[in-house]
Design a protein around this ligand. Structure first.
Ligand SMILES: Cc1cc2nc3c(=O)[nH]c(=O)nc-3n(C[C@H](O)[C@H](O)[C@H](O)COP(=O)(O)OP(=O)(O)OC[C@H]3O[C@@H](n4cnc5c(N)ncnc54)[C@H](O)[C@@H]3O)c2cc1C
Length: 443
């Protein structure tokens, strides 16, 4: 099943059409990083047995750990490089599509907000939030609440009698009563079959790049018509590449058009707040439902699926319209053939009989959840987790069918709705996890 991670209909009621030119978000934060890193080594706990081990230090892992640390006596460990997906797998220069209120990472005291970060660090930025500032905010959040985070990766999670055995990237092992997987979507990057066997010099996924600077002066074909494809195309164009966008969709859903602007501003804040939840996922009305996973879960399955699809359909932020004015965009076309040609180039054929020969194809083709692609999960665990089309079927507390194994973030979207694909879902997920674990203390 395809995960609509093209950020469609994430509401942008407050965005200007043009992206802001000025943002400072680094000064004090980077000084603190070096200092905290030194502290970290000294604070690391000896590896024995943990109550809860959290895999991943993106928004979901950080928020879950901060919440679970409020349970007295619970030994909670968290592993991974803070905010690494955002730092290394999204293009420099990108802006967040989610609104300001939907971009705080949930913390138990509700004090680690973007505003507190700005006040503490001296960072200056506004909406839309620049990627670099969000990365530094997340890293600051980690230093404030989880200074003992262990930056090593987890290479294996397997069942060991009633516990789990965790193997770290350097071979060290620990036992844990529970495991919370917050590994994000990197493993699910979707490459259409036509491009599967093409070498990475000729075709790559948008998440393979931290920057598009290597494409300066080259001809690049961007495939896709969602936010990631369109924003990559804008950045490529601005950095001096010759870009063309091709998408299957008949048209681009630009956000914040006339209808939504009318709803957002002309009808006033009372109506606006009735129609849209601060979580900022989905169009009018649906936004309120997606903000309430416990209600959404009770709806008939078919309806849940329809709402999820509608809430995250591919769409582009309004601020991209101007930036793409001179970039050719051809829609309603499907790739049918891909061949390499002399001179290290690639020829792509379309179902309308046309073709293009270019230097590189950039796939803005999104992500498809399939947790069998989490290579740290043992085969035994993969086979034990009850799934639907690659998504785990989760119970209360985002717990899989394997007792003690929880999965947060986008893989939770089939069970808890599209909110789980966004930072604003950390508020629901962390509290649900906390309630469930606090109610079942360690054996
Ligand atoms: C281009 C793009 C733009 C987006 N824009 C927005 C937006 O504007 N607003 C929004 O809310 N969402 C946005 N998203 C969605 C965003 O990815 C999720 O909201 C968010 O990352 C979810 O957080 P997470 O913690 O689940 O995943 P991640 O942020 O991906 O964090 C997972 C972490 O786990 C780590 N990890 C993985 N495997 C291991 C391992 N074996 N051991 C240790 N660590 C591991 C990874 O390195 C990573 O740091 C965007 C996504 C993309 C691709």
């Amino acid at each position: 099943m395809k995960l609509g991670l093209a950020w469609g209909d994430v509401r942008k009621s407050h965005l200007n059409n043009a992206a802001p030119a000025f943002a400072i978000c680094s000064a004090r934060a980077s000084l603190a990083t070096a200092f905290e890193r030194t502290l970290l080594v000294g604070q690391r706990k000896p590896m024995t047995k943990a109550d809860v081990t959290i895999l991943g230090a993106g928004p979901y892992g950080l928020s879950a750990a901060a919440h679970l640390r409020t349970v007295s006596g619970l030994d909670v460990r968290i592993f991974g490089k803070p905010m690494s997906f955002w730092q290394y797998n999204m293009p420099k220069g990108m802006f967040l599509r989610s609104g300001w209120d939907a971009t705080h990472i949930a913390d138990p005291a509700r004090s680690l907000t973007l505003e507190t970060y700005q006040a503490a660090s001296g960072a200056h930025f506004s909406k839309p939030v620049p990627l670099e500032c969000f990365v530094e905010y997340g890293q600051w959040y980690q230093r404030q609440s989880l200074a003992d985070l262990d930056q090593r990766n987890i290479s294996r999670v397997e069942k060991a009698s009633s516990d789990f055995q965790i193997t770290l990237s350097d071979g060290e092992t620990l036992r844990s009563r529970r495991v919370v997987i917050a590994a994000g979507i990197r493993s699910f990057a979707w490459r259409p079959t036509e491009f599967e066997n093409l070498e990475s010099a000729l075709a790559s996924h948008a998440c393979d790049h931290q920057s598009v600077s290597r494409f300066v002066g080259r001809q690049v074909l961007v495939i896709g018509s969602g936010q990631s494809a369109l924003e990559s195309a804008a950045l490529l164009h601005e950095s001096g590449a010759e870009v063309e966008v091709v998408g299957r969709a008949a048209r681009i859903n630009w956000l914040q058009g006339w209808a939504s602007t009318t709803l957002h501003w002309k009808l006033g804040s009372v109506v606006r707040n009735l129609l849209y939840a601060p979580t900022d996922v989905g169009p009018a009305g649906i936004s309120q439902l997606t903000a309430r996973p416990d209600v959404l879960r009770k709806l008939p399955r078919g309806l849940q699926d329809k709402l999820r699809k509608r809430a995250v359909r591919p769409a582009g932020a309004r601020w991209l319209v101007k930036r793409l004015e001179t970039v050719p965009i051809r829609l309603g076309r499907q790739v049918i053939s891909v061949t390499t040609v002399a001179g290290g180039r690639v020829k792509v054929g379309f179902d309308d009989g046309s073709d293009r020969t270019i230097d590189h194809v950039l796939l803005g083709t999104g992500y498809r959840v399939d947790i069998s692609k989490y290579d740290f999960l043992s085969e035994e665990l993969k086979n034990s987790i009850s799934l639907h089309n690659g998504y785990p079927r989760l119970r209360a507390g985002l717990e899989t069918s394997v007792d003690g194994l929880h999965i947060l973030g986008a893989p939770a979207a089939w069970s808890f709705g599209p909110l789980m694909q966004f930072v604003s879902g950390t508020h629901y997920a962390s509290r649900a996890l906390l309630r469930s674990i606090a109610a079942k203390p360690a054996k």
